[in-house]
Design a binder for this molecule. Structure first.
Ligand code: 7PJ
Length: 281
């Protein structure tokens, strides 16, 4: 597997598993002062995650949590572009853009984004062509249904077979659109149209996806699957569970861990990576 990705002006070596820190851009305040504070807070958060060991900052303005309000393309651009520009100017880190919109992909790439992370795997109109034109790596994620309804009644004959089939189809669509296979990253999409049992089955058998021969990205940080295992723990009491889940994912071959909790996750990933890389004695 190709473990060096070219992310615009930076390269990313995935041979030890890396951390992608999550930066959510919340709705803007109305005043300019508010916008400035917002930008400053985002930059500060990105800097903290970089100092804690994140090599990638994943910036997103569309909430894909179940029951989230839809965000217009213009709102997404207005929120994301200043943050991308500011991070690129001030911090030495790869900026990933969590978007499904063709226009956001193109404009972000123009401002120096280094990776495209699309929970809809480039299925929106124009997204394949826009991504192809950027030359950036792209994370293709599996989701059943749409964010607004995906958790209503997820159903699979075989979640492992169906997620695999979807990802294989998207790889074909990407290569047909002129995106080199070497640019692709795969994600089974924990929590996106999946019950706890589906999520656990995907985690238990995650290593099976390594035979697709592309790097795997995994995001379970703070998700409700952890809350369910912990008998209803709220979002901010899921840290240790998230660290445990990330450790399992790394042991099964994950190359990028997407997390809100960079320092704790990075330390656990370091243990897993050290175990994976030791020679038999
Ligand atoms: C994921 C994501 C994920 C990828 C979100 C949340 C929901 N992108 N964006 N994988 N999750 N690639 O963080 O709870 O699992 S947003």
């Amino acid at each position: 597997m190709n473990s060096i990705l070219l992310c615009g002006d930076k390269t990313l070596d995935l041979s030890p598993t890396v951390i992608m820190g999550v930066l959510n851009i919340t709705p803007d305040s109305f005043s300019d002062g508010g916008q400035y504070l917002q930008l400053d807070a985002a930059l500060h958060q990105a800097e903290l995650m970089l100092n804690d060991g994140a090599l990638i900052i994943d910036v997103g303005a569309e909430s894909t949590r179940p029951q989230a309000n839809p965000v217009s393309e213009q709102q997404e651009l207005d929120r994301l572009l200043p943050v991308i520009a500011a991070i690129k100017q001030r911090l030495d880190v790869i900026v990933s853009i969590d978007t499904s919109s063709a226009r956001v992909i193109s404009e972000s790439a123009r401002l120096g984004a280094g990776l495209i992370n699309d929970v809809r795997a480039l299925q929106r109109p124009g997204a394949l062509a826009a991504a192809a034109a950027t030359n950036l790596p792209i994370c293709l994620m599996h989701m059943q249904g749409q964010p607004s309804t995906m958790q209503v009644q997820p159903h699979y004959q075989s979640v492992l077979d169906e997620v695999r089939f979807f990802l294989q189809q998207r790889i074909v669509a990407c290569t047909a659109a002129g995106i080199a296979r070497e640019r692709l990253i795969l994600d089974v999409g924990f929590g996106f149209g999946k019950t706890l049992t589906h999520n656990l089955s995907l985690l238990k058998h995650l290593a099976e996806f390594n035979d697709l021969d592309l790097p795997l990205l995994v995001g379970m940080s703070r998700k409700s699957m952890l809350g369910a295992i912990l008998h209803g723990a709220p979002v901010h009491e899921r840290l240790y569970a998230g660290v445990g889940a990330a450790t399992i994912a790394v042991m099964h071959g994950a190359r990028i861990i997407r997390t809100h909790d960079v320092k704790a996750t990075k330390e656990a990933v370091a243990v897993a990576s050290a175990v994976l890389n030791v020679r038999r004695k």
